[in-house]
Write a protein that binds this ligand. Sequence first.
Ligand code: B12
Ligand code: SF4
Length: 446
Amino acid sequence: MRRVVLIRPHRDGRVFGKAPGSPYTLMRLASMVPDEIPVELWDEELRPLPLDTLGEGDLVGISSMTLTIERTEQIARKVMAQGAGAIVGGVHSTLMPEHAQTFAHSVFVGEGYYTWPQAIQDFAAEGVKGLKPVYRDESWANLAGIAPIKDRVIQMVDENSNYWTPYMEITRGCPRNCDFCTAIRVSGRRMRLRPIDEVVDEIQRRGIKRFFLTDDNFGLNFSTDPDYCSDLFDALMKLDLKGWTCQSEMSIAKFPELLEMGKAAHLDKHFVGFESVNPDNRSSLGGKSKGVAMQTTEAIKKIHETGMGVVGLFVMGFDHDTKETFQAMWDFIRTSELDGVSCTVLTPYPQTPFHDLCVAENRLLDVPWSHYDTAHVTFVPKNFTVDELRDAYDWLCRKLYSPSQIALRGLRSLRRYPISMAGKKLFGSFSTDYGYRRAYGWRHTT
Ligand code: B12
Ligand code: SF4
């Protein structure tokens, strides 16, 4: 066996010279490759892939979400034509292995913690012939000691020079099962926690000063495991960090002490899935939000009182939404004091309850998978036409991501810190909304 090559397919490209986020998934997978086997990370967000250099003895693993699966297919076919082994893993192959199997030697279902080392062994022993068509992790691994990032991988990636935002995993899983979300399939229903000493060790060895948590719903841990959270915050408080951010839910407002501890541990902002301002949608929201604007306002206020920032995440196009809902969303967000806003179109990702409903009612549109980016309409809505939903999304995004709105929210966010910290906090205060403005831009590029 010559080497293992891990690939992240292109989607965003560089922004002001760097790629937006580090290839964290590849970093964890590369760290499971035995030391005696050379490993390379090819990130197409950073540079074109040298696919012509591949040949027999190379094992290539491509990580793909649904929206990058067409590019993954092109890459996998080229890899196979070069005589190398082609493996597809990640969210899409976990949700639709039968699709990815049509263009790769092997597909991975699940996290790969058990089966990825097995596939490397199989390939080392017998080359392409040794690979099984499907590798399936049958159980959710305990995260203790799992794939700690190796120093050779840290050096190879050079996160600080190449990427704006490093990613980091502390917990994994979410029991909520909101009807548009894949979390229980991709990360499991049970919340799993990484040992705190491993988290601290990883941050220190990577030399990162800010990061975005990959955790599906870090904030839920405030309710389910407050002791873990306070121990984690105690440990992170001592580190020299510029700030970090996480995905959360509005129940964190009930835990002002933990919020304050989080702030002291350099946690800057919670990205909170409020999802809707229409209470009729509550059955889609897994119990984390009732879609009641007054409750949401109250939660934002309480979180702000602890000095913490809130980025609001909203979805449009639920079956109970009407044209009035869009105006209500704008009115709510405009007056909400949020520090950042993401507005996305409801998307029927495979294996979600909403997908099953769309299939049963024959409402899926025949569009490329690249449109599953939450900026395109991919299903027939209930109370308006496809064009009306698309126009409403454009209308709202033009308002939300106008330079003046971005500046307003960015300055609001910056004002949460003492003037002496303005330099450190400048990037994070504006980059979130700028990123969402770019995500909205996808709608017009593909
Ligand atoms: C961090 C994150 C992001 C980050 C970084 C994304 C990136 N490109 O790296 C940001 C915030 C930018 C982002 C954006 C988006 N995201 Co996102 N994101 C996540 C999140 C929360 C964690 C992913 C992660 O890094 N986990 C940690 C690593 C270690 O685990 P992992 O990626 O799952 O990989 C493991 C296994 O999957 C497996 N594996 C993965 N690849 C491979 C490859 C091989 C060869 C093998 C063997 C194994 C393997 O092994 C890994 C180690 O165990 C997931 C939810 C989730 N829990 O997975 C959603 C998720 C992947 N995102 C999702 C979506 C929809 C999006 C957006 C479209 C949302 C939006 N409105 O903008 C955009 C698309 C951005 C883009 N350009 O690609 C969906 C994807 C659904 C789907 N069917 O594709 C998910 C699953 C969320 C959800 N619950 O629905 N996202
Ligand atoms: S709370 Fe968030 S992570 Fe959990 S199922 Fe709902 S959308 Fe997914």
